[in-house]
Design a protein around this ligand. Structure first.
Ligand SMILES: NC(=O)C1=CN([C@@H]2O[C@H](COP(=O)(O)OP(=O)(O)OC[C@H]3O[C@@H](n4cnc5c(N)ncnc54)[C@H](OP(=O)(O)O)[C@@H]3O)[C@@H](O)[C@H]2O)[C@@H](O)CC1
Ligand SMILES: [K+]
Length: 489
C-alpha cells in the first residue's frame, strides 16, 4: 500500500490522496446517517494520516450541517485536517465522554496501516464509550487495534459497524480474528489501479467460480469427467463416509468410488456409488483420492499417498502425516485441517493457530509442500509456493460450524480435483460453494451437514450462472468485490 501510494502521490498535488480518501469516507458516512444536517458526529483522531482522513471527512460533514467534534488521541494530530475542521465549523471536544454519549456516528481515525499492537490505554475508555453510546461506529481504513497485515488482534481493538477502506482490502479486513471487528467493508477507489503489487490475499467472486467450475464436454463419459476415490468412515463413524460421498457426488467428477468398511451405509443412501472394501491400492483407478473423514484407525494413508494422483488428506488422515512423505509425492497433495488439526501438525497450540491463521496456513503449506485449506469462520487456502496469493473464502455462515460439514467439503474438493481443477482452485472453489450452499440451506436457522450437501447443486447453479466477466460486488459481505484483481481476470 505504501509503495503504491508513494508512486501515485509523486504525480499528484500535495494532499490529493487524503482528499480522495476523505471524500469517499464522508460520502459513506452520509449514506449511513441518512440525514447529515443536524447529525452529531464524533471523530477519534490519532497521531497519523488515519486521523487526518477522519478530520477532513469531518470537515466535509460539518460543511453539510453536521455537528462535528474531534477527540484528539496522540501527542499531536494532523494540523491541516484540524484547520479544515475548524474552518468548517467543527471543534475539539472539551469533554469527550459528553459528546460521545450523544453521538449518532463515531469515526475511528485512531490508527490505520501504521498502527502497531492493540489500542493504547488512553484510547480504551473512549472506544468503549463509543460502543456504549449506541452510535454507528465507522472505522477509517481499518478498525484501530487490529493488525493490518495479518488479521491478528493483540489486545483491545475497535469493533466497527462498518469500515471504509482505501485503495485495496487489507488482510486485517479479511482474516479472522480481525475481520470480526470490521463490520461491513466498503472499498473507496483512490486511483491506485495498476500501481498495486501482487496481492497477499485474494477472494474468489461469483464470476471467478463460474470460470473455474468444470463443464462436461459433449464427448465426456464418466471416466473422462474423472473418478474420485473416497477413503472414509469406519465401524465407529460410518456417517462420515456417507457425508464425504455426498459432497463428492456434487462436485463434478463423473463417478465416486467409495473404499472402506461403510459401503452398506453409503449404498443405502447413494446407490450410484461404486463401492470397494479396500485397500485403496486394489480398488481400481481414480483421478483423485480423498482420505480421512471418520477413518478412526483404519490404515490406508500410506497406500493412498503412494499413488500418483492428487490426494486430499483430512481429519484422522492428518494425524500420522509425515512432511517428507508428502513432499516426495509426484502429484499434488491437499490438506484440509481445522485449527486444532493444524496446531497438531505444527506442534503448537490451537489458540496460536486461531490468533495467526494466515501465518499458520502458509507455514503448513511450506512445510508439507502441499496446498492447505485451513477451515474456520474464514477459510484460507494456501499454495505451497509462498509467492502465490492465499485465497480467503468470502462465503459461509456461522451455522456451518456443525458436525460433518467438513466431511462434505473434503468430498466436494476431491471431486473437483478429479475433474481436473488445480489444487488451489479445487480447494477454494469447494470452500466457496460449500459456504454458499450453507447460506442457502440455513437462511438464518440451524442446518445439518446433509442439508449443506443437498444445497450444493443450487449453489453451483447460482455461481455458474454469474456473468463471466466484469463482476463487481458479490456475496462477500464486502462491497465492490473482495479482491482488487480477481484471479483469472
Ligand atoms: N499514504 C497515503 O497516501 C494515504 C494514507 N491514508 C491514510 O493513512 C493511513 C496511514 O497513515 P500513517 O502512516 O500516518 O499511520 P496511522 O495508521 O495513522 O498510524 C500512525 C500513528 O499512530 C500511532 N500509533 C501506532 N500504533 C498505535 C496504537 N496501537 N495506538 C495508538 N496510536 C498508535 C503512531 O504514533 P507513535 O507511535 O509515534 O505514537 C502514529 O502517529 C492509512 O491507514 C490511511 O488511513 C489515506 O489518507 C490515503 C492516502
Ligand atoms: K482506524
Amino acid at each position: 500500500m505504501r509503495a503504491a501510494e508513494a508512486a501515485l502521490m509523486a504525480g499528484l498535488p500535495e494532499g490529493a490522496l487524503m482528499q480522495r480518501a476523505a471524500a469517499g469516507l464522508a460520502g459513506a458516512c452520509a449514506g449511513l446517517l441518512g440525514r447529515v444536517y443536524g447529525a452529531r458526529v464524533v471523530l477519534l483522531v490519532g497521531g497519523g494520516a488515519n486521523g487526518g482522513d477522519a478530520l477532513y471527512a469531518g470537515a466535509r460533514l460539518a460543511r453539510r450541517g453536521a455537528g462535528v467534534s474531534a477527540v484528539p488521541l496522540g501527542a499531536r494530530i494532523h494540523q491541516g485536517g484540524l484547520d479544515a475542521l475548524v474552518r468548517a465549523g467543527g471543534r475539539v471536544a472539551d469533554d469527550p465522554f459528553a459528546v460521545l454519549a450523544r453521538a449518532d456516528l463515531v469515526l475511528d481515525g485512531i490508527t490505520g496501516i501504521g498502527g502497531r499492537g492493540g489500542l493504547r490505554p488512553d484510547a480504551v475508555p473512549v472506544v468503549r464509550a463509543s460502543r456504549a453510546s449506541g452510535a454507528v461506529v465507522v472505522a477509517v481504513d481499518l478498525p484501530s487495534g487490529v493488525d493490518a497485515d495479518t488479521g491478528a488482534v493483540d489486545g483491545e481493538a475497535v469493533r466497527a459497524d462498518a469500515t471504509v477502506t482505501f485503495g485495496a482490502y487489507k488482510p486485517g479486513l479479511l482474516v479472522d480474528p480481525a475481520r470480526e471487528y470490521a463490520g461491513a467493508v466498503r472499498l473507496v477507489d483512490i486511483g491506485l489501479g495498476d500501481l498495486l503489487p501482487t496481492p497477499e490475499l485474494e477472494a474468489l467472486q461469483h464470476a471467478d467460480v463460474a470460470r473455474l467450475l468444470p463443464v462436461p464436454a459433449a464427448e465426456s463419459d464418466k471416466y473422462r469427467r474423472g473418478v474420485v476415490g473416497v477413503v472414509a468412515g469406519s465401524a465407529r463413524y460410518p456417517g462420515a463416509a456417507v457425508l464425504a460421498v455426498a459432497g463428492a457426488l456434487r462436485g463434478g467428477a463423473g463417478a465416486v468410488r467409495y473404499v472402506g468398511p461403510a459401503g452398506d451405509a453409503v449404498l443405502a443412501r447413494y446407490p450410484e456409488t461404486l463401492v470397494h472394501p479396500g485397500p485403496p491400492g486394489r480398488a481400481g483407478r481414480v483421478q483423485a483420492w480423498v482420505i480421512g473423514p471418520g477413518l478412526a484407525d483404519t490404515p490406508g494413508v500410506e497406500d493412498v499417498l503412494a499413488s500418483d494422483v492428487p490426494v486430499l488428506v483430512d481429519a484422522d488422515g492428518l494425524r500420522p502425516l509425515d512432511p517428507a512423505a508428502v513432499r516426495a509425492r509426484p502429484a499434488p497433495t491437499v490438506l484440509t485441517p481445522h485449527a486444532g488439526e493444524a496446531a497438531a501438525l505444527l506442534g503448537t497450540a490451537r489458540e496460536d493457530v486461531e490468533a495467526r491463521r494466515l501465518e499458520a496456513v502458509r507455514e503448513l503449506a511450506g512445510r508439507y509442500g502441499a496446498t492447505v485449506l485451513l477451515k474456520g469462520s474464514t477459510t484460507l487456502v494456501a499454495d505451497p509456493d509462498p509467492d502465490v496469493p492465499v485465497r480467503v473464502n468470502p462465503t459461509g455462515t456461522p451455522w456451518l460450524a456443525t458436525a460433518g460439514s467438513g466431511d462434505v467439503l473434503s468430498g466436494l474438493t476431491g471431486s473437483l480435483l478429479a475433474a481436473g481443477l488445480a489444487p488451489r482452485d479445487a480447494a477454494s472453489t469447494a470452500a466457496y460453494l460449500h459456504g454458499l450452499a450453507a447460506r442457502r440451506a440455513a437462511r438464518g436457522a440451524p442446518l445439518t451437514a446433509h442439508e449443506v450437501a443437498e444445497a450444493l447443486p443450487g449453489a453451483w447453479r447460482d455461481a455458474a450462472g454469474a456473468p463471466r466477466a466484469g463482476l463487481d460486488g458479490g456475496p462477500a459481505g464486502t462491497e465492490g468485490g473482495a479482491g482488487r484483481r480477481p484471479p483469472g481476470s
